[in-house]
Design a protein around this ligand. Structure first.
Ligand SMILES: [Zn+2]
Ligand SMILES: [Zn+2]
Ligand SMILES: [Zn+2]
Ligand SMILES: [Zn+2]
Ligand SMILES: [Zn+2]
Length: 284
């Protein structure tokens, strides 16, 4: 087996790059900022980003949030949340807030989440796939004339049909008014609705795991305290949830673990800081 090279400087360089990417996203247009440009970017963008953060979730109006949208979560247009306009210098006053897709040639006028349970493709009532429909508002079918706009008959884990749900974009104040968590202020781009480890679970599962006296099984309290501990570490470490969840929560059944998307990518960018991973494991 090839020995792994634990060159500290190399690991730090990887960390620095990962941190740079989480902060800058694609704002450097593919050409790395110089150290001066990076500092200037942080000075200019971060205060506004933290002040004007928009939270994005998917749920039935008046009900629970069934899904928190993260940077890698796919839109109806097949592009990821981070590829849409996710921040504004001045938050628009009109509602809903439209987060347009920034990918050249895409006609998506606002981020719109469509649940894709497991590997199965959700079809419209007209029997055609999401990609057979226009990504432009209205989502009309390009393959038939009977469709009046994409409508999925899929029933969400909350028990309500998918078409009763909506993608909600809201400010910190609006989210607080709904009694939803806002997490700590973080400098990272396109965080959407992610505020902690439990926001990676589907809403109804997080509720089941976290609510007092409603534990899924006899080790519910153990799970709850572990999840709260992970939430506390989330903003600090921002680590790979799939690996960490597997390492810290060996008793969580597979269907309760955070979901990766259809491409196997997880909602949270990967962090490679091995010391932190070890520290977490040590906290078990
Ligand atoms: Zn889109
Ligand atoms: Zn798009
Ligand atoms: Zn159709
Ligand atoms: Zn259709
Ligand atoms: Zn739901």
């Amino acid at each position: 087996m090839t020995p792994v090279n634990h060159n500290k400087k190399a690991l730090e360089a990887v960390d620095d790059y990962a941190e740079y990417r989480r902060i800058v996203g694609d704002d450097d247009g593919g050409k790395l900022f110089t150290p001066e440009e990076y500092e200037e970017y942080k000075r200019r963008v971060l205060p506004l980003r933290m002040k004007n953060r928009l939270y994005v979730s998917f749920g039935v109006p008046g009900g629970i949030d069934c899904k928190q949208i993260g940077p890698e979560t796919q839109c109806f247009c097949e592009h990821r949340y981070k590829q849409h306009q996710t921040e504004f210098e001045v938050i628009p006053s009109e509602r809903p807030i439209a987060l347009q897709c920034k990918v050249s040639g895409c006609r998506c006028s606002s981020y719109n989440y469509i649940p894709q349970p497991g590997c199965a493709m959700v079809r419209c009532k007209c029997k055609h796939l999401p990609q057979d429909h226009s990504e432009a508002a209205g989502h009309l079918c390009k393959k038939c004339k009977v469709c009046s706009g994409f409508q999925s008959p899929y029933t969400c884990g909350c028990g309500r049909p998918s078409f009763e749900h909506r993608t909600l974009v809201e400010t910190k104040q609006e989210r607080l008014a709904r009694g939803q968590p806002v997490g700590k202020d973080v400098p990272y781009a396109a965080m959407g609705g992610l505020t902690g480890f439990t926001s990676l679970l589907d809403g109804y599962l997080a509720l089941q795991v976290l609510s007092e006296g409603n534990s899924l099984y006899s080790r519910g309290f153990y799970l709850k305290s572990k999840l709260m501990h992970l939430d506390a570490c989330f903003e600090k470490s921002f680590v790979r949830p799939l690996l960490i969840a597997a390492a810290c929560l060996p008793s969580v059944p597979h269907h309760l673990r955070p979901q990766s998307d259809s491409h196997g990518r997880c909602d949270v960018p990967i962090q490679l800081k091995t010391e932190k991973t070890t520290a977490w494991r040590g906290a078990r």
